[in-house]
Design a protein around this ligand. Structure first.
Ligand code: NAD
Length: 411
């Protein structure tokens, strides 16, 4: 991390000034490396132009891929190995977008090398590994940021904004889902228990409830061909879970990975006492907002049975104004961004990676480090989200037995 001493004359003879400088270290730029350039490549152009990035590096064991990713960028330096990243004392922070089986060992290596760490999901696949990450953050005093796309989507921002204004009334129920077919993905996906990667279905629910999950009941369903069952000993192509939050609120989440006919979607619904938000059935259509209206009066002068409900499509807009100007365009797909009229194009609904989430995640990681605060999703609430999924799968294996989330994962 570079130290910045703005507008103060550096003069060791003036001891007061010196102490001021020592106590007011302002860290305004980061030296950051992005590791893993499959899905990770989507983040490279964002870091490359983020105004708080001093220097930017990339690493992937595939040198051709690294070269291709670096080619259109202004400042990407290519690292030759993960070890070189760890050993470079100038590197402040690392964003991991490597294959799932590497997340834990690489996260611990980054933290133990004295660097801040962001990691793509899932954070880990076991409760022990979640605990190891929590312990490492505590020990190293470095930041850990969960890069959860569903929680930085424009739909999430809109719903959270309305929730804070009281427009939904009280939350009565939450529902999350993530359907995605994983045939022909890398080997480590084959037969993965659906709730081991439940984060996109569970994450938004935890953040909207603003309360940790304390208890789950999971059910596995369907049949899956034998070869998919061997790697993880998981017989289920689809799992669903009932959730109880510490606040008393309840929710459910569903996740499918194989042999289930449903188009890709990461979604959540919020059922409120005044309004209900429902994610669209077909991606790139608009979500639906239900609003409970005052009663209609019947011919007998009495209120008619059942309150009327207004239902309409509901654009969620683009929360680009929360971002530095340089990275606002990444809330849109490049085809939707008009260089000649940026302002007008940014007024459209966010259409870029995972509903506009990519630049928001990047910005939150950078700003949480520079502001020396916890990221919005960090090692504590992040671990609760993953632990709930891991316990739900265990519950499904035990035929739906209710499982309490261990106290260490209730932030
Ligand atoms: N919505 C989301 O948040 C979302 C979407 C897609 C993927 N992901 C996550 O992103 C990660 C990467 O996904 P992917 O589809 O690109 O995976 P992938 O397995 O296809 O490849 C990831 C990249 O990592 C590289 N890699 C391999 N070994 C490495 C090592 N030792 N160190 C660094 N890099 C290494 C590979 O060469 C490859 O370019 C996964 O963990 C996945 O769970 C999250």
């Amino acid at each position: 991390m570079r130290l910045n001493y703005p507008n103060v004359t550096w003069n060791l003879r003036h001891i007061d000034t010196f102490q001021y400088l020592e106590n007011n270290i302002i860290m305004n730029k980061l030296n950051l490396v992005l590791v893993g350039l499959g899905f990770g490549a989507a983040f490279a152009p964002i870091y490359d132009v983020h105004p708080d990035i001093a220097s930017f590096g990339i690493f992937d064991p595939d040198p051709t891929l690294a070269k291709n990713v670096a080619a259109p960028l202004k400042k990407a330096r290519i690292y030759q190995s993960f070890d070189e990243v760890l050993k470079d004392s100038a590197v402040d922070a690392v964003h991991l977008v490597s294959p799932i089986p590497l997340h834990v060992e690489q996260t611990l290596a980054v933290l133990n090398a004295g660097k801040h760490c962001a990691c793509t999901v899932p954070m880990a696949l076991t409760l022990n590994d979640l605990q190891a990450i929590i312990d490492a953050v505590k020990k190293t005093k470095k930041s850990y940021c969960v890069m959860e796309t569903a929680v930085y989507s424009t739909h999430f921002f809109k719903v959270m904004e309305m929730l804070k204004k009281g427009e939904f009334g009280s939350i009565q129920f939450l529902r999350g889902a993530h359907y995605q077919d994983m045939e022909y993905w890398p080997d480590y996906w084959m037969g993965l228990p659906p709730m081991f990667y439940g984060t996109h279905a569970i994450g938004p629910l935890v953040m909207l409830a603003d309360s940790p999950i304390v208890r789950v009941r999971g059910l596995g369903s369907g049949t899956m061909r034998k070869e998919l069952q061997t790697q993880y000993g998981n017989p289920f192509p689809i799992e669903t879970m009932q959730i109880e939050f510490a606040s008393g609120l309840k929710a459910e989440a569903t996740r499918s990975l194989f042999e289930t006919a449903h188009a890709y979607t990461e979604q959540f619904n919020l059922y409120g006492s005044k309004k209900t938000f429902e994610w669209e059935q077909i991606e790139r259509e608009q979500p639906v907002l239900h609003t409970l209206l005052p009663p209609k009066t019947g011919e007998n002068g009495k209120p008619m049975r059942g309150l009327p409900v207004e239902v309409r499509h509901f654009p969620t807009g683009n929360f680009h104004v929360l971002l530095p100007e340089e990275i606002r365009r990444f809330t849109l797909r490049s085809a939707d961004y008009d260089e000649t009229n940026p302002q007008l194009s940014l007024e459209r609904d966010a259409s870029g990676g995972h509903r506009g989430s990519h630049p928001h995640m990047v910005h939150e990681f950078i700003r949480s480090v520079l502001e020396e605060r916890k990221a919005y999703i960090n090692e504590l609430n992040g671990a609760n989200i993953v632990a709930a999924g891991v316990c739900a799968h265990e519950s499904a294996i035990r035929g739906g037995e209710i499982i309490n989330i261990p106290d260490c994962f209730l932030w």
